[in-house]
Write a protein that binds this ligand. Sequence first.
Ligand code: MGD
Ligand code: MGD
Ligand code: MO
Length: 789
Amino acid sequence: MAEARSTEQVVPEESPGAPVTLVPGLPGAQPPLEPKAPEVGPVQEVAGGVPAVMSSLQHAWGEMGPIRGTQLLLQVNQKDGFDCPGCAWPDPDAERSVAEFCENGAKAVAEEGTKARVTPEFFRQHSVAELAQQSDLWLGKQGRLTHPMVLREGSTHYEPLTWEEAVALVAEELNGLGSPDEACFYTSGRTSNEAAFLYQLFVRQFGTNNLPDCADLCHESSGTALNEVIGIGKGTVKLEDFEKAEAIFVIGQNPGTNHPRMLTSLQAAARRGCQIVSINPLPETGLNRFKHPQELIQLMGPGTAINRLWLPVRINGDVALLKGLGKALLEEEAKRPGRVLAKDFIRERTTGFEAYVEALRAVSWDEVVEQSGVAKEQIVAAAGILASSERTIFCWAMGLTQHQNAVANIQEIVNVALLRGSVGKPGAGLCPVRGHSNVQGDRTMGIVEKPSPAFLEALGREFRFEPPRAPGLDTVATIRAMHEGKVKVLFALGGNFLSATPDTEFTAAALRRTRLTAHVSTKLNRAHLVHGRRALILPCLGRTERDVRTGGEQFVTVENSMGVVHTSRGAVQPASEHLRSEPEIVARLAQAVLGSRSQVEWLGLVEDYDRIRERISRVVPGFERFNQRVREPGGFYLPNGPREGRFTTGDSKARFTVHPLPRIELGPGQLLMMTIRSHDQYNTTLYGLDDRYRGIRNGRRVVMLNPEDMRSLGLSEGQVVDLTSHFRGEKRVARRFVVVPYRIPRRCAATYFPETNVLVPIDSYAEKSRTPASKSVVISVAPSEGASG
Ligand SMILES: Nc1nc2c(c(=O)[nH]1)N[C@H]1C(S)=C(S)[C@@H](COP(=O)(O)OP(=O)(O)OC[C@H]3O[C@@H](n4cnc5c(=O)[nH]c(N)nc54)[C@H](O)[C@@H]3O)O[C@H]1N2
Ligand SMILES: Nc1nc2c(c(=O)[nH]1)N[C@H]1C(S)=C(S)[C@@H](COP(=O)(O)OP(=O)(O)OC[C@H]3O[C@@H](n4cnc5c(=O)[nH]c(N)nc54)[C@H](O)[C@@H]3O)O[C@H]1N2
Ligand SMILES: [Mo]
């Protein structure tokens, strides 16, 4: 790599809100510095409650007005309404309340339903360079995109163009490539099943499997891990299992902020005596106490205690901790033979038990305690809860999937679950809690760079073509290939490719080397401002909006975190008459790019989405009679062998696996940093600048540190520091973060994404799943250069 790897930001002294840029003359790729230091107050003890209600209404009414705001909120997650564009947490199968949303769902709806508009006039007034100086919050608050826009070569401003011109431009670039593999087609997880299915069909007919997606940055580690050991890359529980569980482990997940509706299930469980254990470096508020914003009586009282036990694991200490749980269960079994391990289950339904036990014996308690940072008594207490529970659910999210040893993390959870026979029976199982509302469905529809031969076979048969067999590029590989000039066109169906991916300056340089970057988007974001030789913004309908075709008013379908496929139907007028639905955009593109090379009736398919679903039903297993079944209220469950007690591995057995204890060497003064979400963001979209539960307001450039570490590093509260990441001799710097003392284990640090993505090295990713290790960044902290405090 000849590339200069320092990401030192050029910051003019006199203006703290100034753009951050590496390359003079080019717009900054990172969010600008903040004009003021954030305010830091006490951590909140209770999640939900009146503040959550107030915040929901503030966002909904503020962006949409009281009438439209209320109208939209009443449609969220109703059986005939639209699927919340927030998270992928499922809706109850049976009765739903009139208000089936949460504070952060309300924010997500407000963000899309806003009355503000980004029009051609807006782009005439603001150059790309000017826009790049604005904060992410400001960019989002400008409102919904209304027209297709193009940034021509050498131009400073986006200009409007017609859909015909836009589609022709993409066709010209794609058809001008030396090979179809010189283009990559990214997907973000809000894309519906119908759009995703057409999109992958188009891409494969074009001739490549280059389908990177946001799952690569997210739960890919879970999919890879589970596929290997239970035979399906998805979770095994249903929502109703939460009503039967005797214990629930919540590992590396912050549901109070990212899946608030999960707190409803956890609260109900806690009230009937289910024991909830959280494994997390931080004492996340949602796992502490919860007042349901929809229960008026609750709002007065102290709320429900959620956690029975909190294990403050060190960042990436989970393999050690989970091995500790395994050891404690074995020791308990030795004391009470036949009472702890699920002997019959292990003998009949699993392989690899002996090797696993042997490996556990080879690890000492000292190592477990040292590496996990958790005392033996606490681990034994958690094992006690496991041993006394006949039905245990294990939930996890990004705290486990974004490490170099992420696949091992998840397989160690499976090991512990198998010891107790806790997979494939009611009230028990494995529950990777997904992020984007249809990220799981997109994968099911074939958005994957390494498709199975069976899938390609079925696709080729149905559409009478020969799909490409060579594996395509995932997200990290796409960035590398653009950087090396091998990929020349990046097309993105949703998302924010610049700010969601690791190594911001490296990714920016990669994007700038392309011939075309094109984004199908609802809102303006930084990926529109760091672009190829030409750039396109293609504005689309959102979930909340009516989608009327010649075949009548349409709905789309999505798959939630628990494998339920259901409908989503828009409720309000589109933000602009120039918006097109995602399926239509894909169809028009395919028509223009493929022309007579494709036999597919592209434009006919999108006049009535039943036609797309009909084709899906003939290609994707589990979607038989799709159109009929999805019209049943609440939708239908996809088949899931392990859930039904049938492991779909080659030998029908679940696998115990053995993993070494990971060792991340920290040099003197170095810390391990996780990049996490605040309460006021949806990935790269900022709803506001507060992280209410963690007591941080009006700013995001903070670094949370243990007070003891602050002392030993000579840092004080409120001090302005620079963060440097260290990876294989490379250094990356992010400037001007404010030190916040926090209850976090020693030698650990927490910052918000995407501000610190600049520190996540492009080559630091999980083994096998290649998910960026954005929760294991080795950093050092030093007083900011040129900062007076
Ligand atoms: N409001 C809102 N909702 C969202 C999102 C959003 O941005 N905003 N994003 C959506 C998406 S795409 C996703 S994937 C999910 C993300 O949902 P989460 O996974 O909850 O998101 P993060 O903020 O990344 O939180 C990770 C949690 O893991 C902990 N953690 C970090 N490192 C470790 C570790 O090494 N071990 C353990 N045990 N814990 C660790 C952190 O302290 C934090 O509590 O949420 C979805 N829902
Ligand atoms: N450092 C660090 N990096 C991370 C993470 C982390 O924890 N730490 N988390 C990772 C995770 S889990 C994920 S999932 C990724 C997220 O990565 P992405 O999915 O790429 O990013 P988002 O911020 O969710 O995308 C927001 C944009 O999507 C567009 N959008 C919104 N709704 C729609 C729609 O209905 N249709 C279309 N076409 N566009 C729409 C809007 O224009 C908006 O600006 O980020 C990852 N990056
Ligand atoms: Mo995600």
